[in-house]
Ligand binder design. Sequence first.
Ligand code: MTE
Ligand code: MO
Length: 245
Amino acid sequence: MAENTPSPEQIRTMTRRSFAGLALGAGAALGGWFFLRSAADDGDLPWPLRATHRFNELLGRALFSHRHLAPEFGPEAIAPEPRVNGSIGRPDTPTREVFIEGPDGAIGQWKTTALLTGLPRTEHTTELKCIEGWSQVVHWGGVRFADVAAHYRWPVAECPYVALETASGDYHVGLDTPSLLHPQTLLCDTMNGEPLPEPHGGPLRLVIPVKYGIKNLKWLGRIRFATQRPSDYWAERGYDWYAGL
Ligand SMILES: Nc1nc2c(c(=O)[nH]1)N[C@H]1C(S)=C(S)[C@@H](COP(=O)(O)O)O[C@H]1N2
Ligand SMILES: [Mo]
């Protein structure tokens, strides 16, 4: 018999081992499944999954700070033909106005095209990361959300949360105010040096590189400052509410 060929006795041992391994694996998987099934429901997710989400959120919050910037890229990294992804809440005609609300009701309304006029402009080349697993580098331009909020005296200090919505409200994102005030977070009206194309959210969108693509709301129509954590289109469908990178 050749040296590398296992003896019948060795084969029996190997087979016993792999059966044991299979049984163990199957047992663990089944056990895990029963564990999830039997766990008391907390919201729509079994609590072990919710606990994981909560842990991710805490980790995200702990790692987040204004000193932590999303990586910026050189012009050579810019995607030549940026992909359009997601059209929920896309209006039939360009959104003309942005409505601003606080916890006690309406604060005001601004023409979409006039909201940023005269404010200090910012640009950066960053990666838009979709939660589906792809990403693209884009050169964005606009005004820091923090600068817009300071200029109009929006109630950021009193409100730990902000909801942003399309005019129809069909797409809406909930954000923690610190992420919105991050220096790379923009109310954006240009993309790769051109007016923001309508399929990418023109005339006005949010660009927030410290969050996944889902939070980068296109076709901005409403900003609502809130004391309670607002609902969020994708969080309602099981994704992490915080969605930080
Ligand atoms: N109003 C609205 N904004 C949206 C979406 C959407 O469906 N509707 N999709 C989001 C998702 S999942 C991604 S990845 C980005 C994609 O931006 P882009 O089309 O400019 O590449 O937009 C986000 N903003
Ligand atoms: Mo996405």
